[in-house]
Ligand binder design. Structure first.
Ligand code: PLP
Length: 381
């Protein structure tokens, strides 16, 4: 079946007890056993819950994996992936990771004996050069936040697999509607469901999707052992969000393209980062690897003062962290999401003080553009 049909139906058969068309919120901690050692597949809700199980089946199908596991946040999902490693193991990661992932690696997992090398994963030869005898995992994000660098997933997977190294892709920015890393060769997909999968800015969650049943069993073991599971209510919200993932993503993509094109020709904008623009240095790779470009983009206002004026002047776009919801959000990476990255490293990554990021929502695009135009008008020429 097609993507939308799967999104609406997989894991979501009518409730066997009542016929309810929507999977109920099984708000229960435990399950009555009919006799010793006999249950209906559920014993305790950390281990398994029917609402969470419905979501897990659903997202596994959307990503083309065999198994999905839902976590209390995107960070809990990333942490679960790292449970596959042991002290002494080496990880190659993108140089421009989500800040929380970098923090988990550097300020938590390093103390457990894991070693990290951060490379420009746009260049497969750099990934190859970073491989060592203890390398177990390559962890990438594509596109990256906020400058939208693209990594060739298939090329990295080929290099890693030749050395028996696993590849994990954080697919939060594209969602499985536009990019399916497992089909491109990745072993593991990670999501912050907080973003596009849930899509309505009303819950925090995460997911891991895998192809290999043995790796999935190990992550499920960790999920139960560490216990950072997604609650039944939050699982239900993501299930509801995912039903409209395809229509939302199509609109995010249309609006993202229109906003990016408009900004690219605006006299006060000094540059736009959006993989859907032919001027993006990796536009061809993006077209090959992704079936759409989505709503995330960033642009250069020229200075911190210009960014400040713009962010103070927008009315429809809300100044806030996070992304992927139906409402347009605008943010200042240098002082918000990337404040903990040293200034020199920020410059190297292209995260200037004048850079502004937009998570283009699904409002009428003329309204989004008019809002940005009004705010850009306030910047002195
Ligand atoms: C938000 C985000 C995360 C972390 O997810 P939380 O749900 O906030 O824990 C990880 N990766 C990316 C790319 C994100 O945008």
């Amino acid at each position: 079946m097609g993507f939308s049909t799967d999104a609406i139906h997989i894991g979501q058969e009518a409730d066997p007890a009542t016929g309810a068309i929507i999977v109920p919120i099984y708000q229960t901690s435990t399950y009555v056993q009919t006799e010793l050692g006999k249950n209906k597949g559920y014993e305790y809700s950390r281990t398994g819950n029917p609402t969470r199980a419905a979501l897990e089946r659903n997202i596994a199908a959307l990503e083309g994996g065999t198994r999905g596991l839902a976590f209390a946040s995107g960070m809990a999902a990333v942490h679960a992936v790292m449970s596959l490693l042991k002290a002494g193991d080496h990880v190659i990661a993108g140089r421009n990771l989500y800040g929380g992932t970098f923090r988990l690696f550097e300020l938590v997992l390093k103390d457990y004996g894991l070693n990290f090398t951060y490379t420009d994963t746009r260049r497969a030869d750099e990934v190859e050069r970073a491989l060592g005898s203890r390398t177990r995992l390559v962890f990438i994000e594509t596109p990256t936040n906020p400058v939208m660098e693209i990594t060739d997933i298939a090329a990295v997977a080929e290099i890693a697999h030749a050395r028996g190294v696993l590849v994990a892709v954080d697919n939060t920015f594209s969602s499985p509607y536009f990019q399916r890393p497992i089909e491109l060769g990745a072993d593991i997909v990670v999501h912050s469901t907080t973003k596009y999968l849930n899509g309505h800015s009303d819950g925090v969650g995460g997911a891991v999707i895998l192809k290999d049943p043995e790796l999935a069993r190990r992550i499920q073991f960790f999920q139960n052992a560490a216990g950072a599971v997604l609650s039944p209510f939050d699982s239900w919200l993501v299930l509801r969000g995912v039903k409209t993932l395809a229509v939302r993503m199509r609109q995010h993509d249309l609006n993202g393209r229109a906003v990016a094109q408009h900004l690219a020709s605006h006299p006060k904008v000094k540059g736009v980062h959006y993989p859907g623009l032919p001027s993006h240095p990796q536009h061809e790779l993006a077209r090959r690897q992704m079936s759409g470009f989505g709503g995330m983009l960033s642009f250069e206002t020229g200075s911190l003062e210009n960014a400040r004026i713009l962010l103070k002047s927008v009315q429809l776009c809300s100044l806030a962290e996070s992304l992927g919801g139906v409402e347009s959000l605008i943010s200042h990476p240098a002082s918000m999401t990337h404040a903990s990255v040293p200034a020199e490293e920020r410059r190297r990554l292209g995260i200037t003080d004048g850079l502004v990021r937009v998570s283009t929502g699904v409002e009428d695009v003329e309204d989004i553009i008019a809002d940005l135009d009004r705010a850009l008008d306030r910047i002195p020429a």
